[in-house]
Design a protein around this ligand. Structure first.
Ligand code: GLC
Length: 625
């Protein structure tokens, strides 16, 4: 059997991967309700976490399978599989990343039984029970009251939370709407508390909005686009003013200030869908045909061919949390991190069949290329900046060191003093002859959470945050970006935006909602004490300050000039951070672990040009850094 045949068979027959695969190949683990003890190779976590599940493990060998006999021999060599044999072997999903040897079953590794390792399901249940029992602080009690007050109902059922609910505010603008990105921390707070209905409703209703007829001045964006926000409106039924009905009214950017495209909405929707499945165990939702179609529509939009030279997603300014002109058009880090995360989540959720085979292959290819590109070209630390400082320019060749023709004079003067000896980060954007050296928090944090960074890079980002605590956390965590654009830069890049003046709002303002992403990253990297410190700073002020949307000034001392009060994602972000810290094991509903096979895919492709050797070790040494 050739490697190619195996891959073809595998892809066609195995998805949805882990649960089904495990169920087919192994008897149920007597200790557990579900079958969490075997995962596809890309889901490594359980092995590390629950050692009594390590009796059988699978790995994809790294070299091309040129010897069919050895492949067969290897495939039947694992005793625990007798009975499953070649048939089971064929059912295994092999990622379509270049020529990869068929999956190999190793002889069982004899690991002594570890007596009391609980199953993920049990851990989750216990954790959630504990969360319900724990004594809440005054701030938390008030936060819960406000979060519940912000809930929006549609036809009698909860479907989301408004962006802000400030009874004293004059014009609400669109803050009375349910924003997709803003709802994510609300959803998590509810999920962690065991209140799942609102999240399920939200996922299904926003799914319906996805295929809405939408036009902006006679032009229709792609069908997979998810709205930035929606509102529940009451309208007369059949023109009759006596009876009314409720309708959902989405905004795809056609009414939004600046007409910005909400590229992040669909990505957040996918990430939330996976988290919902993981915490509730209701995987049936993601397996529904309409939900599967929804995922595919989003991915089709993101993966469609264009003029791009880079694997990163090309977007306009203001297409994410920073939804105003801030010079982040092109390939902003936040979108790339969410894109990577959504691809990882989708790969777990898409049902494998003949119809999805090409999509899965495209996802894998993009994941490989994207992680390589970001790890290699977005990363800066002292060493890298010194390299850029000495770059030669105008290099015309395949082997150019300075591939993007970056002129060393672009290194901003603030960075020369600011970059610490210890630590590093991913820059905000990369284009031909342009590196945006600003530090963007959400992009960096989500790159850690989704394993877009290498484990070492993830540690270094947290080291940098620790080193630069006063700049990034100051009196209110967390700076949306650092530093602010000032003077001419502010005038030219923001278009003299009076809301985005230096150290305000998106231009270096401090956003307490970012605490939940920071907490997740800290938990993932085993540094919860950093998150605890940040939360303590926030908790001192948020309740008294009435839960502002953002804070101003270099160190976040003042409540933002035009900041909303009772901003829901400030409230929910605080609650989610607290609950995650109390029960760090629940963070896994949002995180992804390092996937070496993706790196292998990239190392293999590079090796075709003779630059690198095709092996996991090569991948590790070259891309893992
Ligand atoms: C602002 C923020 C945006 C958020 C919205 C609602 O426009 O920039 O990220 O979604 O408010 O809170």
């Amino acid at each position: 059997m050739s490697a190619t045949t195996t891959m073809g068979l595998g892809i066609a027959t195995v998805r949805p991967c882990c649960r089904l695969l495990a169920a087919q190949l192994f008897p149920k683990c007597p200790r557990h309700h579900r079958v969490p003890f075997l995962r596809c190779p890309h889901h490594r976590m359980p092995f590390q976490k629950y050692p009594h599940h390590r009796r059988i493990w699978i790995r994809a060998a790294v070299a091309p399978a040129t010897d069919p006999a050895s492949a067969r021999r290897l495939s039947t060599s694992a005793d625990p599989l007798s009975g499953a044999g070649d048939k089971a072997f064929e059912r295994i999903y092999v990622q379509g990343l270049g020529a990869v040897k068929p999956l190999v079953f190793e002889r069982p590794e004899v690991v002594p039984e570890v007596p009391a390792a609980p199953a993920p399901e049990e851990v989750k249940e216990v954790a959630m029970e504990e969360l319900k029992r724990r004594e809440e602080t005054e701030s938390e009690k008030e936060a819960w009251r406000l979060l519940k007050r912000s809930v929006v109902s549609y036809c009698g059922s909860p479907v989301g939370t408004v962006a802000a609910d400030d009874p004293a505010a004059g014009s609400q603008l669109n803050y009375d709407q349910v924003f997709i990105r803003d709802f994510v921390p609300s959803a998590l707070a509810f999920l962690l508390k065991g209140e799942t209905e609102i999240v399920r409703n939200f996922l299904l209703h926003t799914l319906q909005l996805q295929s809405w007829e939408k036009t902006v001045d006679c032009y229709s964006p792609g069908q997979g686009l998810m709205p930035a926000s929606f509102k529940v409106r009451t309208v007369p039924l059949d023109g009759n003013n006596e009876a009314f009905e409720e309708v959902l009214d989405p905004d795809f950017g056609e009414s939004a200030i600046g007409r910005v495209a909400p590229v992040d909405s669909g990505l957040w929707w996918i990430i939330l869908l996976r988290a919902y499945g993981k915490i509730t165990g209701d995987y049936a939702l993601q397996e529904r045909v309409d939900v599967q179609t929804g995922i595919k529509l989003i991915l089709n939009l993101c993966l469609s061919d264009g003029f791009d030279m880079f694997p990163t997603l090309l977007v306009t300014d203001g297409s994410c949390m920073i939804d105003r002109r801030m010079g982040i058009h092109g390939h902003p880090l936040e979108i790339q991190a969410l894109f990577y995360s959504a691809l990882r989540c989708s790969r777990e959720m898409i049902t494998a069949n003949d119809g999805s085979q090409n999509l899965i292959r495209a996802i894998n290819n993009r994941l490989s290329a994207l992680s390589f590109h970001i790890r290699e070209y977005y990363w800066v630390d002292m060493k890298k900046i010194n390299e850029i400082y000495r770059y030669k320019t105008e290099e015309y060749s395949q082997d150019a060191t300075n591939k993007f023709n970056i002129y060393p004079d672009q290194i901003p003067s603030w960075l020369v003093d600011w970059i610490p000896e210890k630590g590093g980060y991913l820059i905000g954007n990369l284009q031909p002859a342009h590196m945006d050296f600003r530090f963007f928090s959400l992009g960096n944090l989500w790159a850690i959470v989704s394993s877009l960074t290498t484990p070492r890079q993830a540690e270094e980002v947290l080291n940098l945050i620790e080193e630069k605590w006063d700049d990034l956390m100051g009196n209110m965590p967390l700076k949306i970006c650092y530093p602010a654009l000032e003077y001419d830069e502010w005038r030219i890049i923001t278009g003299s935006d009076p809301k985005n003046t230096p150290w305000s709002y998106h231009n270096g303002g401090s956003w307490p909602t970012l605490l939940w992403q920071f907490t997740l990253a800290c938990i993932k990297m085993g540094r919860p004490e950093l998150a605890r410190k940040a939360i303590a700073v926030a908790e001192k002020r948020l309740l008294n300050d009435k839960w502002p949307e953002y804070y101003d000034t270099r160190t976040g001392r003042f409540i933002g000039k035009q900041s909303r009060l009772y901003q829901t994602w400030t409230i929910a972000g605080f609650l989610t951070s607290k609950m995650l810290l109390e029960n760090p094991e629940l963070a896994s509903i949002l995180t992804c672990e390092e996937d070496l096979e993706l790196l292998e895919g990239c190392a293999c492709s590079l090796s075709k040009s003779g630059r690198t050797k095709c092996s996991r070790r090569a991948a590790k040494s070259q891309i893992l850094v």
